[in-house]
Each structure stands twice: as C-alpha cells, then as structure tokens.
Design a protein around this ligand. Structure first.
Ligand code: ADP
Ligand code: MG
Length: 491
C-alpha cells in the first residue's frame, strides 16, 4: 500500500471528500452506512462468507476524511492482514462508491491500549505504564504511577531528559524542550520541533511530559500522535460525539501532537486541529508539535496553519555527528550494563551507522544480544559479522569530489585551486591531503585518483600518500586535522 499512499497524499482532495459536506462537521454522512454495506457485500461476493466473517466482518467503518476511508480493526493482526491481502481491493470498492476516495486507512480500534508503548517497535509491551514497566536505570526521580494523567497516551519510561544525550545537532531542541518542561510561564508557543526519522523528537516530547507531571501532577498533559488525533476526531464525527472530543483536547494545559505531517491532506482533521490549536494558544496553554520537516516544507497543510505553526519557536534536530553518536552509544552501553562493549567497537559503530539513532541503538542491541546468546565477548569480527546488512545499508559511497570539496572548505581555498597546477604550499599541502584521503576513504586506484586531480600521474598520488603518512606521524596538529576531516567525511 506504501506507493499508493504516497500517490494519494500528493493528490489534494476537496474540502471533505465523499458524502461529508463540511458544515458543522458533526453530521453523519447520509448514506455512508449503505456505502459501507455495499463494500461489505462486494467483499462477501468476491472472497466468500468465511473470509468476510474472519476479516472484514471484524472491522468497523469510521468515516471519510480527505479522500481516505477510515476503518477500525480490533487487533493489529487483523489490521495488517486486511491491509496486506485485501487493501487494494477494498480501495477499489470504495472508489467505486465514491471516486474521491483514493485510499483506505485502517486504525486500531483502541490504539492507546493496543499499541506498544512508544515508537520503538514494541520492545516494551503494551498498554499504559504499569508499576512493573521497565524503568530508566539510574534515575532517582522516576516519573511515578500517581503522576500519570489518565488522558495521556502511553509514554515510554525510558524517554527522559536524563537518558537523552545532547550534542551539537540537537542542543537547540533539547534546550527548548527543557525550558518548557521547567518554566512556570509559557516561554514560546507553540514549540515546533522537526527533524528526520529516529533523531529523538518523540523522546523529547515524552521527556517533557514526564517532567511536567512530575513537577505538578495536577497538570493536564496530553500527548498523542497526529494519527491518533485524527482517528479520534473522525470517530467523534461518526458517533456524533464531537463535543467530548473538543472538551478533551481544548481543556488541557499542555498538548503535544507528534508527527503532524500525518494530517497533511486530511482536511477536516486539519480544520479541527487548527481550532483546537487556536483555542489553546488563545487560552495561554502550551502546545508542542513535531514533524519530519519544517512548517514551510509541509505539503498539503493549509497556509494559515503553516504560518501559525511558525509563530513560536521552530527548532530543528540535525542528523547526528560522530561525537554525538559515540556519546549515545556509550550511554546506552553503560545503561545496559550486563555485557562489556569495548571502545573500539563503539567507535566502529559510531563511524559506520550514520543513518539515525534508532538504527544505532538497534545495532548495539543486536551485538549485545548476540554476545549474550553465544556467551562470547564482543569482538570487531563478531560486530562486522552480526551487522553485515546494516553496515552495507549505511555504506554511503564517498566520492573523490566530496573529499576535494571538504578539504578545500577546511583549508579555506577553492576547489579549482585543488585541481590546479599551482605549487604554493598553502595549496599543494591540502591537495596532497585530499589525495591521501581519497586513497583511504574510497576504493579508487592511484591512476584513477590522479585523473580526478586535474589529470595527474599515479606517482604523484603515491608520493602524496607517503608524504601525508609521514607528516601524520611527525606533526600532531596535522594528524588532528586529518582525523577531524575523515570524521566529517564519514559522518
Ligand atoms: P523520532 O521521534 O525523531 O523519529 P525517537 O524519539 O523515536 O525519534 O528516537 C528514536 C530512538 O533513538 C529512541 O529509542 C530514542 O530514545 C533514541 N534517541 C534519539 N536521540 C537520542 C539522544 N540524543 N540520546 C539518547 N537516545 C536518543
Ligand atoms: Mg517519533
């Protein structure tokens, strides 16, 4: 369904697709029940009564939003099964009923109870935090059971400020989150956090929630994914219960909506989101939003919403650099405690797994799990072996030109000078360094590298490589420069 979704997302649907007609937003779409009935009938005819009873019969029709038919399944298994095996057909049935429907979305009927805690793929079991839920090691100030507001979507106990490692790429986001969690007033509203997947946005939101409720357990804090927000809203429309919905979201002290890019093109959800958002801000309540891109880059979200999202503080989380990755690995290895991981292995992982923190954590966990299972200490060979697939996926091919550019930048000269025939030391030395790094960091041959440096001979490259090797041994400042450069290039 992935590809089809993508297509649908970029197709801007009309105000409220299908039988919804906007207005007060609380009407049950006339005849949509029949449409659903006809979809079910078609399914029965095509797949038989048994398949219907086992699968589609378990699913409820919730409503239509922005060109998407919203269904609710009782379990993750039923949802996934239907999506995989009947998704495209169901979409066809719906499109036949109403050509504006180009997509179906199947939710879990009770996401908070059925989804595992957090976004980490279900290592922590399901449901609300219980006293036996895993604790973040080494924190005295545990967010206690009593301080967990009822309205909160399940929060991951491991996602605290204490367990968040700060580096250059996330320091602004961290500082902003911390400020909100600790201040009595509202420092900026809304806070809009954005960055690529797996870089800590959800972690920071949960940390804020824990911290705020720890300070003041009476505070009404609501954390939800934009998907859940949408699901509840559509369900409220369907069951004519939008008053309770408004009540729930508009009376909170702190509202956090995660991954707001999800409501792109879901027009009626956006509308409600916008009203909720305005109401909260007007009442001086804190709002925090995350997305995978900046407000202005969000597509399929109305202009007025985009502009309001940018009113407060917009903080981005950049991809990690080597130092941060190493710091995160050290902290996770320490927390895990049971298995020793050597500095070499941690450095190797930090250098090679550059995609995002989630993968980095996953890599470390895999190596540790493997070592525990086979009862052997973790070696470099074992690490390479266990992580083969991950390492390959993270192998970004570095080009000679990228190296030349990075070196030119570093020494403040022009790329054209590196390629030129000039022999001044200020140019020639960086040129040799770039040749050396090209040899070290790419698979290119000496003649090949020579050609890419303004058509030089392979002996020139070889000479450069030897020269720099010597200098690294004798000149520690030079050695440091080169270490730094290779890290930048490999990051
Ligand atoms: P996002 O919401 O941005 O996709 P998450 O918050 O889910 O990312 O983070 C993915 C994983 O990486 C989580 O397990 C989280 O704890 C971890 N993580 C991300 N950034 C950091 C960090 N700076 N320090 C410690 N753990 C981090
Ligand atoms: Mg997230």
């Amino acid at each position: 369904m992935g590809a089809q979704r993508g297509h649908v997302q970029s197709t801007r649907a009309s105000m409220m697709a299908g039988e919804f007609d906007g207005g007060d937003g609380t009407r049950t779409p006339p005849g949509s029940g029949d449409a659903w009935g006809r979809v079910c009938d078609k399914f029965r005819r095509e797949y038989g009564e048994h398949a219907y009873k086992t699968w589609l019969g378990q699913v409820g029709f919730v409503g239509i939003d922005g060109g998407s038919a919203e269904l609710a399944a009782p379990t993750r298994f039923v949802r996934d099964w239907i999506q995989r095996n009947y998704g495209p057909r169901l979409r066809d049935y719906f499109s036949a009923e109403n050509p504006q429907i180009r997509d179906i979305t199947i939710h879990l009927r009770n996401p908070a109870a059925a989804e595992p805690v957090g976004q980490t793929g279900g290592q922590t079991g399901g449901g609300a935090p219980s006293p036996s839920a895993p604790q973040t090691p080494g924190t005295a100030a545990q967010p206690g059971q009593a301080a967990t507001p009822q309205k909160m979507e399940a929060l991951d106990r491991r996602y605290t400020f204490d367990s968040f490692v700060v580096g250059k790429s996330n320091e602004l986001a961290y500082a902003a989150a911390k400020r909100i969690a600790e201040s009595q007033e509202i420092p900026f509203n809304p806070l809009f956090l954005y960055g690529g997947v797996g870089l800590g946005k959800t972690h920071l939101m949960h940390a804020i929630a824990w911290e705020v409720t720890r300070h003041d357990p009476t505070k009404k804090v609501v954390y939800c994914s934009a998907e859940k927000f949408m699901f509840e809203f559509v369900a409220a429309l369907r069951y004519k219960d939008s008053h309770a919905f408004k009540q729930k979201y508009r009376t909170v002290d702190l509202l956090m909506v995660d991954d707001v890019q999800f409501i792109a093109n879901k027009d009626s959800t956006q509308e409600e989101f916008f009203h909720t958002f305005n109401a909260l801000i007007d009442n001086r309540r804190q709002v925090i939003i995350t997305a995978d891109r900046s407000p202005t880059d969000l597509e399929g979200i109305e202009e007025r919403i985009v502009s309001r999202l940018g009113w407060g503080l917009v903080a981005d989380i950049h991809p990690t650099d080597y130092e941060l990755r190493l710091g995160i690995l050290q902290s996770k290895a320490e927390q895990a405690g049971s298995v020793m991981v050597s500095g070499d292995v941690l450095e190797f992982l930090a250098r090679r797994i550059t995609s995002n923190v989630r993968e980095l954590e996953g890599a470390l966990n895999r190596v540790m799990a493997y070592a525990t299972l086979v009862g052997r200490p973790i070696t470099m060979d074992m690490t390479r072996d266990v992580l083969q697939d991950l390492l390959r996926a993270n192998d970004r091919k570095l080009t000679v030109e990228e190296i030349q550019r990075a070196v030119a930048d570093y020494y403040n000269i022009r790329l054209s000078e590196i390629l030129s025939q000039r022999r001044a030391r200020t140019i020639a030395r960086p040129r040799q360094i770039a040749m050396y790094l090209s040899k070290q960091l790419t698979a290119r041959s000496l003649p090949d590298i020579g050609r890419r440096f303004g058509g030089r001979d392979h002996t020139t490259v070889m000479h450069a490589v030897r020269k720099i090797e010597d200098l690294r041994r004798s000149d520690s400042a030079m050695d440091e420069d080169i270490t730094r450069l290779s890290r930048v290039l490999e990051a």
